[in-house]
Design a protein around this ligand. Structure first.
Ligand SMILES: *Cc1c(COP(=O)(O)O)cnc(C)c1O
Length: 464
């Protein structure tokens, strides 16, 4: 039996509604239902305070890698606690941050040689933007006019003002339009499924990249960098890019003298089947942002990696003011570094990538069994990242009005059946920990297979 929490569950649920403001949550709706209280986890499973069991279908929002309560990471954090919980990288250093930086450089695409630590994906991206801007002012042939960025129209790079400025200008940004910086060019990157011209890959020859090339041709003297989520756009609804797309962007950036920033915050640490998604197309970015899976989903830690060339543009006498003036209180936190090193060591000891690569095609087969459902309009997979898009009609792909909240209702039905997932609009996002076994993957898919018809039955009875 799980230990009964004190204060009581009732009291906690009451206090939850009195005191907490949840992220990306309409609190008026939230307050109408007592929240689900998770207080334990093990492997792929989460347990609520009443002892009910759930599969963690989101990797606790895209962060967990080797499962919960992994003894190696648990042990590494405990061990570090016997030394020190936190010391700073401002003016000092500590062994684990050094070891971690070295390990990351060895793992990262070759050429990325310097590691700047921070705490989360948004700051890792923010740092990439600031590095790029300052680089062009200080590099050997300075080009201070290079102050604009190019991003994809449906991109998501974080919630801080800078990273938000380079994300798709959707719902999330509307209230903040006055804050967003103006130096940005957006290119439509609908990718294949969303292609408005209905062009077929490969015959289309990636026509969606042409607008990027024309902007670069015309404005490269003002463009500091292009930023992309390599191989797959996550928050956009899990939209994979066509083969060769990433490499083509990399080449264009090189040709037009523009930095290439890879936002590997979601894709990093094995999520797509390779350690970093850039590896799928042997792409080497100038700057790479990593966060989510970095500590195996244990602690907030992030990093921005860059090349010797960019780093060296920041070297000089103190009064030349070439210093990169940026840093956070918890930069390089030792507990986080301990977790991250343990995370990396498990990739070796458990041969995580080999196992995941073997399971990815099997996951694809399992997903295919969903395709006969009349609401499943599209299944998009990139490794262990899956988007299942629900539509009114699988032939016309007519979407449900967002107000019907079909995705939300299916996730509630799945929860009652023992699977926690979170939708993006009407796309169900399935992103299991890399340690999830084939049997557990099958359980997840089987639950979704039951949850969708349950919601359909109640939807049809309300909308005859
Ligand atoms: C989640 C995410 C971010 C932001 O990371 P946070 O840690 O939530 O700030 C940035 N980029 C991508 C691609 C992401 O998926």
């Amino acid at each position: 039996m799980p230990k009964k929490p004190f204060p009581s569950v009732k009291q906690l649920q009451k206090d939850a509604q009195s005191y907490i403001w949840h992220p990306f949550t309409q609190m008026q709706e939230w307050e109408q239902h007592p929240p689900l209280l998770i207080n334990r986890g093990k492997g792929t499973f989460l347990y609520d305070v009443d002892g009910n069991t759930y599969l963690d279908g989101t990797s606790s929002i895209w962060v967990n890698i080797h499962g919960h309560r992994h003894p190696t990471i648990d042990g590494a954090i405990r061990k570090q606690l016997t030394q020190i919980a936190h010391t700073t990288l401002l003016g000092l250093s500590h062994p684990l941050s050094i070891q971690l930086a070295k390990s990351l450089v060895h793992l990262a695409p070759p050429g990325l040689r310097k590691v700047f630590f921070s705490d989360n994906g948004s700051t890792a991206v923010e740092i990439a933007l600031k590095m790029a801007i300052q680089y062009w002012q200080q590099c050997s042939s300075p080009q201070p006019r290079k102050i604009e960025f190019i991003h994809l129209s449906a991109a998501y790079h974080g919630d801080t003002v800078g990273s938000m400025s380079l994300s798709g200008n959707g719902l999330f940004q509307k209230p903040f339009s006055s804050l967003l910086f103006s130096g940005r060019q957006q290119i439509e990157a609908p990718f294949c499924y969303r292609c408005p011209l209905n062009l077929q890959f490969p015959q289309c020859q990636m026509a969606c990249i042409d607008p990027l090339e024309s902007i670069l041709k015309e404005k490269h003297e003002e463009i500091a960098a292009v930023i992309v989520e390599p191989m797959v756009q996550g928050v956009a609804g899990l939209i994979p890019s066509p083969p060769g797309y990433l490499q083509r962007i990399r080449e264009l950036c090189r040709r037009y003298h523009v930095l290439f920033i890879a936002d590997e915050v979601a894709t990093g640490f094995g999520r797509t089947g390779r350690m970093f998604a850039c590896e799928h197309e042997s792409v080497i970015p100038d700057i790479m942002a990593i966060a989510k899976g970095m500590t195996g989903g244990y602690l907030p830690l992030a990093a921005t990696l860059t090349t010797e060339d960019i780093y060296s543009a920041f070297l000089g006498e103190f009064d030349e003011s070439k210093t990169f003036f940026h840093g956070h209180s918890y930069t390089g936190n030792p507990l986080g570094c301990a977790a991250a090193l343990a995370n990396l060591s498990i990739f070796k000891t458990e041969r995580t990538l080999t196992k995941v690569q073997r399971r990815i095609p099997k996951l694809a087969v399992l997903l295919q069994t969903l395709s006969t459902d009349p609401w499943v309009g599209d299944i998009r997979q990139c490794g262990y990242m899956v988007g299942i898009e629900l539509v009114q009609d699988p032939h016309t792909k007519k979407p449900f009005p967002l107000s019907h909240r079909i995705g939300h209702h299916v996730t509630l039905a799945a929860r009652a059946l023992g699977l926690l997932i979170r939708p993006i609009g009407n796309t169900l996002i399935l992103m299991p920990p890399l340690s999830t076994s084939l049997k557990e993957l099958k359980q997840m898919i089987d639950i979704i297979k039951v949850a969708i018809p349950l919601v359909r039955a109640s939807h049809n009875s309300k909308n005859p």
